[in-house]
Design a protein around this ligand. Sequence first.
Ligand code: TYC
Length: 101
Amino acid sequence: MAENVTLPKVAARPKTERPKLHKVILVNDDFTPREFVTRVLKAEFRMSEDEAHKVMITAHRRGVCVVAVYTRDVAETKATRATDAGKSAGFPLLFTTEPET
Ligand code: TYC
């Protein structure tokens, strides 16, 4: 009895989904001192003084600024830690997250 075995012509390539990235967004407020915002950006997001100042001033002028993008877990953890740093010092500093489209 003939056994017809059809071999694949190309190697199977399992589909790998890339994890969706999430933005961390800095929100402006009227109370948190500029130097404090800059310090938190440097500490939590490993930014230079220059980078941190640019991000802070963009949020100050435009209302919000994208700080960085990470996988969801990392974005949420960093946003929470940075927001908590403000809360601990008595400031309403806010970082939110949003999935990238
Ligand atoms: N607007 C604040 C001030 O004038 C500074 C500030 C900038 C606060 C950015 C929050 O996300 C922020 N002191």
